[in-house]
Design a protein. Structure first.
Lengths: 192, 83
């Protein structure tokens, strides 16, 4: 058993490196969406989040036993982000800046990662209805700010408003004729 | 239920699937180093826990062998005689 350990460690390291090479692009994007960092610049908070999640995945690598390591890493990232959400409240100029950390988490898990609602609710320890409501609110918030930001809105606002101006289904007609939004309209980043 | 929300969801989904950030080349190495440290730390903790359990068991066995099980105190007072 003593002699087998280095071989086992080497095999684990090789598998892990291969996994990271394949999955880190998508996982880092998820992390950057969560921390609210723009994709154009290096994202230290997202990298830290991802590195921590990956190292914890490595620590349980031999006990995965057929579980998807990607899912495991995502779950570690989700849990850590949910635990440290207070650090990520300040807007950093990313795409999901206007959302609260919890709304970002729900939106990313549901729409970007495609995790079912019940699973999201179970991971976050929330009722499924609450997850549904958070997701709807986040979608409404994203869509209402998709067109260019109105000049009346103050860009220095640090917190997203608790009530959206238009949460309901009647959508603004100005959004309709615009066929393809630019995929990524970064609002200017206030640096408080 | 499916028409309108689906369209909205697809729109936000498109916004989320924007350009990906650049992955730093040493990310895997950093995660590997940290994971190894974590694993060694856990292994050490597990060994310490086992050692503690073993010591406690040994102490208990010694106490029982050396002193025997303590007898419970009497429930009644002994009869008072001769006064």
């Amino acid at each position: 058993m003593r002699e087998r350990r280095p071989a086992q460690e080497r095999r684990r390291a090789r598998e892990f490196t291969l996994f990271v090479a394949g999955a880190s692009g998508r996982l880092l994007h998820t992390a950057a969406l969560l921390t609210g960092e723009p994709v154009s610049r290096p994202a230290p908070a997202a990298e830290e989040l991802l590195t921590c999640a990956l190292s914890r995945t490595y620590a349980v690598w031999d006990r995965l036993r057929g579980d998807d390591p990607y899912e495991r890493a995502r779950r570690e990232m989700t849990l850590r982000f949910a635990r440290t959400a207070r650090r990520h409240r300040r807007p950093r100029g990313g795409l999901l800046d206007r959302l609260s950390p919890r709304e970002r988490l729900v939106l990313v898990l549901r729409l970007y990662e495609g995790v079912p609602e019940e699973q999201t609710a179970a991971q976050l320890g929330l009722p499924a209805e609450r997850v549904h409501a958070l997701c709807l609110h986040a979608i409404a918030e994203m869509r209402s700010h998709r067109p260019r930001p109105a000049p009346s809105r103050n860009p220095g606002g640090t917190q997203p408003p608790s009530a959206t101006p238009e949460p309901g289904p009647p959508q603004d007609p100005s959004a309709a004729p615009e066929p393809g939004p630019p995929p990524h309209s970064v609002p200017k980043s206030p640096a408080p | 239920m499916s028409g309108l929300p689906d369209r909205k969801e697809a729109e936000v989904r498109r916004m989320l699937a924007g350009p990906h950030p650049l992955v730093p080349p040493d990310l895997a190495d950093r995660a590997l180093t940290r994971g190894r440290r974590l694993l060694a730390h856990r292994r050490l903790l597990r060994r310490l826990g086992r050692l503690c359990a073993l010591l406690a068991l040994a102490a208990l066995a010694w106490a029982v062998l050396a002193h025997g099980l303590p007898t419970p105190p009497a429930r009644t007072t002994p009869p008072a005689e001769g006064w």
